[in-house]
Design a protein around this ligand. Sequence first.
Ligand SMILES: [Zn+2]
Length: 84
Amino acid sequence: MRFPDHTCPRCLGAVPNASERGQYPGAISRTDDKTEICSECGVLEALEQWGGKENGGLLPQEEWRIWAWVGMTLSAKAMEKNES
Ligand SMILES: [Zn+2]
């Protein structure tokens, strides 16, 4: 899947963060040491690793888009609520 520039593939948010999109590099994912993710996901991965389960406790990349989709669905629902 291709994303617009400076998009975090993990949460589909802006890299490094929403207010400074593209202004400086984000974090590098610990899952492969090359995928650029947003600062927030970098922190989350650090916490996942600190939790220390199998796979280092990291959320595998195959699951990123599932959670990104869940996040988008939830925020869309929240917006609907605000409109009504
Ligand atoms: Zn992210």
